[in-house]
Design a protein around this ligand. Structure first.
Ligand code: APR
Length: 320
């Protein structure tokens, strides 16, 4: 059986890391696409040359021609610009919306059967626009945010409790922005929910609140440290986890920016929710019951995403 084909649209910091991870995990042959001449070719060759030492079998190709992504099984989109210090993800909207138009058209023309994972920010609005521009089925287009946000949450919790990250589960809902909703009731250490751990004296409510806030600000913390760009190792790893779930039909339960139509009382919009990802793409949306406070936070997050989608419609008339 031929190896799966993974197209990476955008060969910058995240794109290059995605290519390296996909090769090391032997998920398939990789095509790196970018408008910048030489960048995808250089990164593809560099990664290919790490193959003999690492011992992976994966072809790497760098290109500036959409025709080379033909027949891709998975497309991961990072094309666009990242944040600089002081910028919010929303500040990227105007520039990255134009990028989503060309990417959506490129995928529609050359890889219409792919499972598409968008990473470009502002995530929830960009994945919506990418779906609109590409015309692909909703279940085949999703956005990577929840896996990253929960990974950040899990990392901070594992430090606080001094336990393995493997034993920490976390649950983050809503848009990928300042209004994201880390749900402590559904986040656990070895199956024990966080509020119980507070009662058991493992931590205090104040410390937990600070960890929740640090999770919300997780992207900005990295931007502030790097100064010249945004996070790329953890975002790439998170998207690879989603791509692997699709390619291997793992039916993983992963939070992602998915098209929600009916669940959570929403009518056809992209926002971060728990999903099941398998060979059918986003196969299921898990519609959990929220308590009053969580619902209020989720509503606020949904409103923020709606505002960005409306802004997109204002900029690009074909989306209205
Ligand atoms: N088509 C293809 N590639 C493009 C286009 C386009 N129209 N416009 C820009 N690019 C490419 C750039 O040439 C660059 O190589 O996208 C790449 C983006 O890479 P970086 O600037 O290194 O950004 P990165 O850190 O990878 O983040 C990409 O993901 O997390 C989000 O906020 C982040 O929106 C940003 C995106």
């Amino acid at each position: 059986m031929a190896r799966p084909k993974i197209a990476l649209i955008g060969a910058g910091q995240i794109g290059g890391t995605l290519a390296h991870l996909a090769a090391m995990k032997e998920l398939g042959d990789v095509v790196l696409f970018d408008i910048s001449e030489g960048t995808p070719q250089g990164k593809a060759l560099d990664i290919a040359e790490s193959g003999p030492s690492e011992g992976f079998d994966a072809r790497m190709k760098g290109t500036n021609d959409y025709a080379d992504i033909a027949g891709a099984d998975v497309c991961i989109v990072t094309a666009g610009v990242p944040r600089k210090p002081g910028m919010s993800r929303d500040d990227l909207l105007g520039i990255n919306l134009k990028v989503m138009k060309s990417v959506g058209e490129g995928i529609a023309a050359h890889a219409p059967d792919a499972f598409v994972i968008c990473i470009t920010n502002p995530l929830d609005a960009m994945v919506w626009a990418l779906r609109e521009f590409s015309g692909l089925p909703h279940n085949k287009v999703c956005g990577m945010a929840g896996v990253l946000d929960s990974a950040r949450f899990r990392h901070f919790l594992s430090l606080e409790f001094d336990v393995s990250m493997k034993d920490v589960t976390a649950f983050v809902l809503g848009g990928h922005g300042d209004t994201m909703v880390p749900l402590t009731r559904y986040s656990t250490v070895g199956g024990i929910p966080l509020p119980d751990l507070v009662k058991m004296g493992w931590t205090t409510q104040d410390k937990l609140d600070a960890i929740v806030q640090r999770t919300r600000d997780g992207g900005a913390e990295i931007v502030g440290l790097l100064k010249t760009g945004s996070a790329f190792y953890a975002p790439a790893t998170s998207a690879i986890e989603m791509a692997e779930a699709y390619l291997k039909d793992q039916k993983r339960v992963l939070p992602c920016a998915a098209h929600v139509d009916g669940a959570y009382g929403l009518k056809g919009m992209y926002v971060g929710v728990p999903t099941v990802i398998g060979a059918g793409g986003v196969e299921r949306i898990i519609d959990i019951k929220l308590d009053r406070d969580d619902q209020a936070m989720f509503d606020k997050s949904v409103d923020a995403v709606r505002g960005l989608v409306e802004a997109c419609k204002g900029i690009e008339s074909s989306l209205a």
